[in-house]
Design a protein around this ligand. Structure first.
Ligand SMILES: [Zn+2]
Length: 337
C-alpha cells in the first residue's frame, strides 16, 4: 500500500495529470481497433539485452493478456505489445539505481525510451523492486527476472495504464485464485496471468502517447491457443526447501517480505546456502542473496554473497538487505551508490 501511494506521487513528479488521464481513459476505443503499446527499450550494454531478448518477453506478454487462463478471466485480444525500434544500449544508463535515477538517466540520454532494464531497482517508493512505474504514466523500470520477466512487464504496464494492485498485502496462500491469478496481484508469480474486464479495458483505453490505434488484423489472436509451457514454466526446486520455494514464488515486484525471512529455519537457510554454492545463478538468485544477506551469519555468508558473476551483479543486495527495516519499507542510502 505504501508503494501504491508513493507511485502516485511519482506520477505527479513526472508531470502526468492523474485527473485528466483517468477522465480521458473513460472513452472506449471501438471494437474493430487494435490498441498497440509501443515499447522503446533502453539498457546498459552490460545487461546484454538484445532485440531477441525483448521479443521473447513481449511475445509472452501478448499471450498473457490475449488469452483466458482461468474460468473467471477474460481474453484481451485487441491489445498488443510491440517493440519500437532496436533495443537501445547506452553505457550512461545505470545497472543499479533508484527509480528516479533511472528516469533521470533516460531523460538525459535516451528520452525516447519508455522502458528501462537494470539489474536492480534499489528504491521504488522506498522499497527494493523488480519493477516500478507511475499510476498512470511512463516510463517503467524493470529488472531481468528470468522467466518471470513477462509477468513483471505486463504488471508494470498495467500500472502505467492506470491499474492499481489486487488484494494488496494478502498472502498468496490465503488469497483466492481470482486474486493471486490476476496480473495485478500485488506479489505476482508465474501463475498471475489473468485479467478482468476492467483490467483489459485499462490497457485498451490507455491514453499514453505510446499506445496507438491500428486496424484489427484479419486473423486476430484468440484465447484458444494451446497451453504455453514457456509461460507456465514447470517449477524447478533447485534443492531448496518447500518453505523457501514458497517465499520466492512471488516476484516481490514492489516489496520485500522480510517478515517471511524471519520465519525460515536453519534448514531452510542451509538449502539456500547450498544452492548459492552451486555457482549456477538463475532468476531466483536475487531473492536468495537478499534472504541470506538479511538472515546470514556475517563472514562465512559474506563470501557466498560475493559469488555473483556478471552480468547479474546482484551482490550489492547484501549492503542494502542488512539495513532493511522489519517491514521491508526502507533501504539505506548506501545501496543507491
Ligand atoms: Zn505493482
Amino acid at each position: 500500500m505504501k508503494s501504491t501511494l508513493t507511485l502516485a506521487v511519482v506520477s505527479l513528479i513526472s508531470g502526468m495529470s492523474l485527473a485528466s488521464a483517468q477522465q480521458e481513459s473513460i472513452e472506449a476505443a471501438p471494437a474493430n481497433v487494435l490498441r498497440r503499446h509501443h515499447l522503446t527499450i533502453a539498457a546498459n550494454p552490460q545487461m546484454g539485452y538484445t532485440n531477441q531478448t525483448v521479443d521473447t518477453i513481449i511475445a509472452k506478454m501478448n499471450k498473457i493478456l490475449q488469452r483466458s487462463d482461468f474460468a473467471w478471466d477474460v481474453a484481451c485480444p485487441n491489445v498488443e505489445f510491440v517493440r519500437n525500434g532496436n533495443v537501445i544500449s547506452n553505457a550512461n544508463i545505470p545497472l543499479r539505481a533508484t527509480y528516479e535515477q533511472f528516469v533521470q538517466a533516460l531523460r538525459d540520454n535516451v528520452p525516447s525510451a519508455n522502458v528501462v532494464v537494470g539489474s536492480l531497482i534499489t528504491s521504488c517508493g522506498g522499497v527494493l523492486a523488480a519493477g516500478c512505474a507511475p499510476v498512470p504514466g511512463e516510463p517503467m523500470a524493470v529488472i531481468h527476472d528470468g522467466p518471470r520477466s513477462a509477468v513483471v512487464w505486463v504488471h508494470e504496464r498495467g500500472h502505467s495504464s492506470g491499474l492499481d494492485h489486487v488484494a494488496q498485502g494478502k498472502d498468496a496462500s490465503t488469497a483466492r485464485e481470482d486474486e493471486w491469478g490476476q496480473i495485478m496481484f500485488w506479489n505476482p508469480s508465474l501463475k498471475s496471468l489473468g485479467a478482468l474486464t476492467a483490467g483489459c479495458a485499462a490497457y485498451r483505453n490507455s491514453r499514453l502517447s505510446s499506445v496507438i490505434s491500428a486496424p484489427m488484423p484479419a486473423a486476430a489472436p484468440t484465447g484458444d491457443a494451446p497451453p504455453d509451457t514457456a509461460v507456465e514454466a514447470a517449477p524447478v526446486s533447485f534443492g531448496l526447501t518447500e518453505k523457501v520455494l514458497k517465499v520466492v514464488e512471488g516476484t516481490w515486484v514492489e516489496h520485500t517480505p522480510v517478515d517471511q525471512f524471519d520465519e525460515l529455519t536453519q534448514e531452510d537457510l542451509d538449502s539456500i546456502r547450498n544452492h548459492l554454492k552451486s555457482g549456477q545463478p538463475n532468476y531466483l538468485w536475487r531473492q536468495l542473496l537478499l534472504i541470506i544477506g538479511y538472515r546470514g551469519n556475517g563472514e562465512p555468508d559474506a563470501e557466498l554473497l560475493d559469488n555473483d558473476p556478471p552480468p547479474l551483479k546482484w551482490s550489492g543486495l547484501r549492503y542494502g538487505s542488512r539495513e532493511l527495516k522489519k517491514d521491508g519499507s526502507d533501504v539505506e542510502e548506501e545501496t543507491q551508490a
